[in-house]
Ligand binder design. Sequence first.
Ligand SMILES: Nc1ncnc2c1ncn2[C@@H]1O[C@H](COP(=O)(O)OP(=O)(O)O)[C@@H](O)[C@H]1O
Ligand SMILES: [Mg+2]
Length: 414
Amino acid sequence: MINQENKISKHLRVLVVDDNDVDLRMLEAMLTENEAGPCFFRCATSLADAMESLTEQDFDVVVLDLNLPDSQGEQTLIELNKKFPLITIVVNTGAYEDEVGVISLRLGAQDFLNKGKYNSYTLNKSLLYAIERKRLELELKMAYDNLKDLQSQLVQAEKMRVVGVLASGIAHEVKNPLATILYGITYLSEKFDKNKEDIRIVFESMLEAINRANNIITDLLNFSGLTRLNKKMEDLKDVLEKAISLVRHELDKHHIKLIKIFDSNIPKIEIDSARIEQVMVNLLINAIFAMPDGGEVVVTSQIFILSTEDLKKMPELNQNIFYLGQTIIMIHVDDKGCGIPDNEIDKIFEPFFTTRRSRGGVGLGLAVSKNIMDIHGGQIFISNKKEGGVRATLVFSVNSNKGDEYGKKTNSYC
Ligand SMILES: Nc1ncnc2c1ncn2[C@@H]1O[C@H](COP(=O)(O)OP(=O)(O)O)[C@@H](O)[C@H]1O
Ligand SMILES: [Mg+2]
């Protein structure tokens, strides 16, 4: 195993990979007369052997000969680095070629040693410096990855902003003509003979089409105009119950059983209840859509203090918002439906992404829900469950102060 923390221990744990007996013994002698204390030393005589040792045990550094019975030259380094990207590697070869040295560094080694050109002192110094360089390299890589993530989040946010502006412009433009058409149809329908079946059907389908268009426009305006909230201290349980009652008819129609598992210890929190209700309705409707022939939806609410274990278990949780020791409320909507294909799961929060266009889907439900959760300082995430179906999760913080008193008192929810 790799020493992931990459701490420099006083007694270095060195894996020497070399098939030459004399070289091995020389290295052992140099490493064990280390002034800072003897190194823990283990040798491997082939690449396969080295990989096995690294899998079994922690090492600080690998001293690697590139020419081994089962692998030669740069390939040895490439293979080892690919399988163990976190380990510090110092190349140690007989070839006196600076070019090999430069190439080794480019391929991920931290230093290059020429056999016979170093002593115990320089060897140990090289290993220590190599370990430190690797640690810095990993830190830098982590910072770079974080920066890249942040950049793509910013790009995404800007994209959403542009879509929002466009959507609201179009929605405003379309809303008035729609109202005129609706008014005209209502007026005309009075003039025609309602007893004629074909005329009645035409008017009904026109009204249905206008209603659908109107709903899309309302969704669009919701999506783009969510800047002001009407926040009050509200009981989430009431909001969940209200959302459930709004979809009750659809649940019954599709023979879907709804199970509620509500934690009675959840305190009131500051939310815009109409918006959160809208989010819940979106999630429930999605669950119903996913189970057209019946099934089961479970709505769970819970409150607990975030532990290290929770953070590990939920990689989706945004750790810029939620932190260790914070008290959070989680709402889950679990279904037993068709699930979301892997190649689609990254797109489901994009506005207008839908796989249900033919069944009336517009693809704004989750985009709107994400916006609502964002402006509540919360989070929404959705994942497929191992046993099939989807779990949609809403997360709210109970108290955004780090010294969270409520959390301290309610350890039992963990
Ligand atoms: N519970 C779910 N089960 C399966 N797929 C889902 C579920 N929830 C969302 N999806 C997928 O995400 C897409 C986007 O959802 P949404 O934004 O609510 O738009 P819409 O419901 O109008 O399609 C859906 O078309 C569907 O492909
Ligand atoms: Mg939907």
